[in-house]
Design a protein. Structure first.
Length: 282
């Protein structure tokens, strides 16, 4: 992994496949945070977007949460119960502290989640890139969020604040927007309406010449329902707070791990499942 003070480049078999920006210069309203962009297939096709016109606060691949004890670490407007999306001065930022480990194919990073001048969460983020075949590789991302305050914190979402179907928050991948919407399917369902808001061991997003396959790599992660958008914009996330707020008592830690297969070509269900098995195998 080649790097400067502000960026790092992930490589698979010597090829650059992801650029990680640690200290982006972004307005406070976008909840500044480290992100991966561009992420590409092994053939070089970009499969992420950064600050797109439809949602300027979507930043490639990363961890974003719209409600940590009322503070917005997602960016944009905040969904307020009985009021709807509202512009509030409540944005936090994720601040890169240091890389605890750096290799050509990954890193371990420490971050501080700061809002209103105080640190709420300390994060340990582990990212690793692994070659699967000559046409596919896997991005393995684990994040651990520890409550460093003396008080109970909780993570919420627009869904827990009264907006049905909008339980986004946690791992999030803003995918490449093309002239037609990507297809989405899991092992047992197909289409945005049938996969959104439900748990699934894995979920595939298939574009014109590429496929992304997302898999929860721990039992707890697999219990989180998926947040899926294809028609409005292409994006997939794993929901930390789907039906109710997620409490984090003082000193406690929440851990999630998502492995994403990044493949050239349009994978079918069997090929997607086979690559997930290879990517998530112990």
């Amino acid at each position: 992994m080649t790097s400067s003070n502000d960026t790092a480049v992930l490589r698979v078999a010597g090829r650059p496949v992801g650029r990680y920006v640690t200290r982006p210069e972004l307005p406070a309203r976008l909840s500044p945070r480290p992100y991966l962009h561009p992420v590409t297939t092994l053939a070089g096709t970009a499969v992420t977007e950064l600050t797109p016109a439809d949602h300027a606060h979507h930043l490639g691949v990363g961890v974003a949460v719209p409600d940590v004890e009322g503070f917005n670490f997602w960016g944009g407007r905040t969904y307020v119960r009985d009021q709807g999306p509202t512009e509030l001065d409540n944005h936090g930022s994720q601040r890169h502290v240091m890389f605890q480990l750096r290799d050509p194919d990954g890193f371990v990073e420490e971050l501080r989640w700061v809002a209103a001048g105080g640190e709420l969460l300390r994060e340990r983020r582990t990212v690793a890139a692994t070659e699967l075949t000559d046409q596919a590789w896997a991005l393995d991302l684990t994040f651990s969020l520890t409550n460093v305050t003396k008080y109970p914190l909780s993570i919420g979402s627009p869904a827990t604040n009264g907006r049905p179907g909008a339980a986004y928050g946690g791992f999030f991948w803003r995918a490449r927007k093309e002239s037609s919407a990507p297809e989405v399917f899991s092992a047992g369902a197909e289409g945005e309406e049938r996969v959104h808001g439900r748990p699934a061991d894995w979920l595939a997003l298939r574009g014109g010449t590429w496929t992304l396959v997302f898999a929860g790599a721990t039992e707890q992660t697999r219990r989180d329902p998926w947040f899926v958008r294809t028609e409005e914009y292409p994006g997939v996330g794993s929901s930390l707070a789907h039906g109710e707020r997620l409490p984090i008592p003082p000193g406690e830690t929440v851990v999630r791990r998502v492995v994403t297969v990044v493949a050239d070509g349009r994978l079918d269900r069997d090929a997607a499942a086979a690559l997930v098995r290879k990517a998530v195998s112990p």
